[in-house]
Design a protein. Structure first.
Length: 250
């Protein structure tokens, strides 16, 4: 009887292991596959990027060679010149899909951390009943990007809102003078994997979009003026050239 019990336990363990392996392999199929690199910090070394859908929810997925979300910016104690670390999915979607002006730039979904300021005033990510001190907690944004030579050669910025203008903005715009939205969708970090589940009223709109994966650092302008937020250091681009080759559900 003891021998049969051990054999049964061994069989169950093998079945569970095979199921886990199958699920694990499936999770890393499709999307954009990228070679890992020992020249990039493991927390930002993308080797798999994809976007899939379930019902009316889009699942943004990035896998890195180290522990996702482990590395965050060092607090400087002031807004001017402070750093932002980010995991980003640039897309071919028109910014109007999420409430910005049509054709205003490159619409990207981003997960960011920045300990020197909070840009999610509607949400209390760290659960301390103070919604204005959560910048260091990884959180999500929609941003609109455009190139700006003031940020460096061929560098991108989050698009500035000129003083006095009143562009179309999402309902959860956090009040900053840039094209940014703080929708409150919580990122999930599991080992090497980052995922965010984002609901859409009309999921069909995004199913034909192209996308890419990027890890990067941004910096607040030292004068806290336009350009307010520049991409200053791209750690890795999934496609290698920001060609947005990824296809939803493929």
């Amino acid at each position: 009887m003891k021998h049969r019990y051990k054999k049964l336990c061994l069989c169950l363990a093998m079945v569970c292991a095979n199921q886990w392996a199958t699920a694990h392999d499936h999770a890393h199929q499709g999307g954009i596959q990228t070679e890992a690199s020992n020249k990039i910090k493991p927390a930002f070394d993308i080797f798999h990027t994809k976007i899939t859908t379930e019902g009316n929810v889009a699942i943004f997925h990035i896998v890195v060679s180290g522990k996702a979300g482990k590395t965050r910016p060092t607090k400087s104690g002031k807004l001017a010149g402070s750093s932002v670390f980010s995991y980003v999915w640039p897309t071919t979607l028109d910014p109007s899909v999420v409430g910005f002006e049509p054709k205003s730039g490159i619409l990207a979904f981003a997960v960011t951390s920045h300990p020197d300021f909070d840009d999610t005033p509607l949400f209390d990510e760290n659960g301390d009943s103070n919604p204005s001190n959560d910048g260091n907690v990884w959180h999500s944004h929609w941003v609109v990007l455009q190139p700006d030579q003031a940020c460096g050669k061929d560098a991108l910025k989050v698009v500035d809102i000129p003083e006095g203008s009143k562009p179309r903005l999402p309902k959860t715009w956090p009040g900053l003078p840039i094209l940014i939205d703080s929708p409150g969708w919580s990122p999930t970090f599991t080992g090497k994997t980052l995922e965010v589940r984002v609901p859409f009223d009309d999921i069909e709109i995004i199913k034909t979009a192209g996308f890419d994966g990027v890890t990067a650092a941004l910096r607040v302008n030292a004068s806290v003026h336009a350009p307010l937020l520049c991409v200053t250091n791209v750690f890795k681009v999934a496609s290698g050239n920001l060609s947005l080759p990824g296809k939803i559900n493929q």
